[in-house]
Design a protein around this ligand. Sequence first.
Ligand SMILES: NC(=O)c1ccc[n+]([C@@H]2O[C@H](COP(=O)([O-])OP(=O)(O)OC[C@H]3O[C@@H](n4cnc5c(N)ncnc54)[C@H](O)[C@@H]3O)[C@@H](O)[C@H]2O)c1
Ligand SMILES: [Zn+2]
Length: 379
Amino acid sequence: MEYKFKLKSDIYFNMGSIQILENITGSRAFIVSDSIMEKLGYLQKTIEHLSKAGISSAVFTGVRPDPGIEVVAEGMKLYEESGADVLVAIGGGSTIDTAKGILYFSWHMRNTENKEMKKPLFIAIPSTSGTGSEVTNFTVITSGEEKVCIVDDFIAPDMAILDSTCIQHVPQRVIADTGIDALVHAIEAYVSTKATDFTDALCEKAVKLIFENLENLYQDTKDSQARDRVQNASCLAGIAFTNTSLGINHSLAHAMGGTFHIPHGRANAILLNPVIEYNAELMGSANTYAAKKYAKLAKLLQLQARTYREGVVNLMEAIEKLQRNLGVEKNVGSLGIEQYKFEAVIKQMAKTALSDRCTPTNPRKPSEEDLIGIYQKIY
Ligand SMILES: NC(=O)c1ccc[n+]([C@@H]2O[C@H](COP(=O)([O-])OP(=O)(O)OC[C@H]3O[C@@H](n4cnc5c(N)ncnc54)[C@H](O)[C@@H]3O)[C@@H](O)[C@H]2O)c1
Ligand SMILES: [Zn+2]
């Protein structure tokens, strides 16, 4: 069987790289963002750089965390009216995903109506370091209480601009959540059934960068070197998982996040070690494909072990320590969710997670009962 490694986005990086906007070709931009980006001045900065390229801007700042379909619909209406040939998303994963949703549904609407649509130049400028959405073909849109993953190469950005000056005001809590999200991307892509040497190289680098820098950035949010490194790690992990997809850590987090409105990275963090334990079959042989790869990651982090089981345990301990130092909660109870409310929806969440787009590439094929078991462990 043949494999393919894809990277659609041109990646511009380093401090000040947002200036590349002054060199792009177009006449009208539609900028998707949120009120925080507007307040912090990033939106205005984007408009100014575009205007130096002779591009005028229409703006939509209605993005909210974990964007719902109604936010996408609101943005779509303004996008259609704008006549834009450039689509810019500046913000966190929620903003970039909203822009992808706008692009995806506008395209489908036009197709259904047999209208022509010239695809805009799509530029993503992340203001958090976690989702990797600036290079992925994924978007996560909330519909009711369900987070729905749409995967389509059409929505992968043409240009990603990693300018760490855009992430300098990220609150400490968001640094922790998003940084762990990037770590989960790298780990899930590494053990994915679609992992290759190409994606493994990206994951290994991303995991190393996160372990070496995330805690420093959390302790000193002004550490610009750590900020650059964590942002690169997030993007590297994004390139990996756009090729490999993810696994049940994300499936379970999507179902739980949709039901209880837990920030994406935090939900992933609480699930990470229980999912590793499950995939590695730590209570059994600890000799699975995933166990071997987790142990390889532990070795990469200089954690010496004589057996795969020891390697997996070492990795889990390192993750636990990192999460403790980042102030991440250990279980769902610590998030203030009442036990009876959580238990009442476990079965439904497990069903939803089982049919999530990320489940088929998990290294161990789960049953609904398996997923229920993981949820029961994390309360
Ligand atoms: N498309 C993908 O490939 C992909 C991958 C993982 C997660 N996601 C989705 O992305 C969303 C989460 O994105 P996120 O973790 O980046 O968080 P987010 O975009 O929801 O942002 C979290 C909060 O931080 C604020 N914020 C963002 N940038 C800031 C900055 N520079 N300074 C100050 N405040 C800032 C936002 O306004 C928001 O209040 C979820 O919906 C998740 O499901 C998508
Ligand atoms: Zn994620």
